[in-house]
Design a protein around this ligand. Structure first.
Ligand SMILES: NC(=O)CC[C@H](N)C(=O)O
Length: 356
């Protein structure tokens, strides 16, 4: 596979070693996570992005399906300093182009200085720098993917019954590209989880008799999830609301807030977050390129220690609880798993049982 090229916005082309053939384009982003490559590569939030690993060796403990967060690889292409044979074979089987043996430090430095950028990739026997540039040329901007929810969401209602005999909570989870661990974290706590498509209607939510409306993580610009935002607007004050990452952004927008694109985002497993009430700092897993700029009617209760961006939003009056980071971890630390207990404690039926 002699030809392997990465064309960067501005026209600079970097030569690499081809590990999985094909052509692709996407938004070039990096994660600093040093483990959890299977979880990251199957996280639907990476749809339409090209994922660069800043940790130099990726694949050193193999590839196991039980660690996947969804049923396929989501980044359009993968870049690393060194990919093991296992990972290269997996990506080739999935039809996802991959390159290594390039200076990822330089690449990451460039993204930090210039921000996340478009890139084009061409890998194969006859691939040329011009092929990579042609990919770059045809690459849409992240916000132009207005059908991105369709690419990652379930198309039909799915039910995941809660663990244990008696369930006292039903969660309607709006699937904007949900990681499997979010569903598992709720099911493990006994909740029945009804996964609904990203464009579910109010009647769909009413049909499952939900105690909590939960908006999942997901890819792209939160402005492109109009249906989910409308659902939140419909149920605010009627049902407790919870959200993770894209879910936080959608809920903030529905409550009169705004979101904006960050320069290069937060992606990694050691992002420090401070709780403003307790002062406690916890380590979190993150993967986002947008942030809440104005929280609207919500209160900011947690912030990122590095740049003060909002990490937790709440409203006691309206029963709303959201996180910008990923409490479900996978990959990353389990410090914030208690979020799921806090979300379920907002459910009216749980409150009744707890009061008995
Ligand atoms: N993990 C996520 O939900 C990401 C949210 C959104 N796509 C962002 O990049 O900010």
């Amino acid at each position: 596979m002699p030809g392997a090229y990465v064309a960067l916005e501005g026209g600079h082309v970097v030569e690499a070693r081809g590990r999985s053939p094909g052509t692709a384009c996407g938004e070039l982003v990096f994660t600093t996570a040093y483990t959890g490559y299977e979880e990251s590569l199957t996280d639907p939030s990476y749809e339409e992005q090209v994922l660069t690993f800043s940790y130099p060796l990726i694949g050193n403990y193999g590839v196991r399906e039980e660690r996947f967060e969804s049923d396929r690889v989501h980044p359009r292409a993968v870049v690393a300093r060194e990919l093991t044979e296992d990972v290269a074979e997996w990506l080739e089987a999935e039809g996802v182009p991959a390159v290594d043996h390039l200076d990822t430090r330089d690449l990451v430095g460039g993204i930090r200085e210039q921000g996340a950028m478009k890139c084009g990739i061409a890998v194969g026997e006859n691939a040329t720098p011009e092929d990579a540039l042609a990919e770059l040329e045809r690459c849409p901007g992240m916000s132009d993917h207005d059908d991105i929810g369709e690419q990652v969401s379930v198309s039909e209602h799915e039910i995941h019954p809660g663990d244990g005999d008696e369930t006292d909570t039903t969660v309607a989870l709006i699937d904007c590209g949900a990681k499997g661990s979010i569903i598992d974290s709720l099911v493990e706590r006994g909740a029945d989880v009804h996964v609904l498509p990203h464009d579910a209607t109010a009647a769909d939510v009413e049909g499952v008799d939900a105690d909590v409306l939960f908006v999942s993580n997901g890819p792209g610009d939160p402005a492109n999830f109009e249906a989910a935002q409308k659902l939140v607007e419909t149920f605010v004050g009627e049902l407790p609301l919870a959200g993770i990452c894209l879910g936080q952004q959608i809920i903030a927008r529905a409550l009169g807030g705004t979101t904006e694109k960050m320069d290069f985002g937060h992606r990694g497993v050691n992002q420090p977050v401070r709780d403003l009430e307790s002062g406690q700092v916890v380590m979190t897993t993150q993967n986002h390129g947008y942030t809440v700029a104005d929280p609207g009617d919500l209160e900011v209760t947690q912030i990122n220690v590095n740049d003060d961006t909002p990490e937790g939003l709440e409203s006691d009056d309206l029963d709303i609880l959201t996180r910008q980071y990923h409490p479900e971890a996978n990959p990353g630390p389990n410090d914030t798993l208690g979020f799921f207990d806090d979300v379920l404690s907002m459910a009216p039926r749980r409150r009744l049982v707890a009061a008995d």
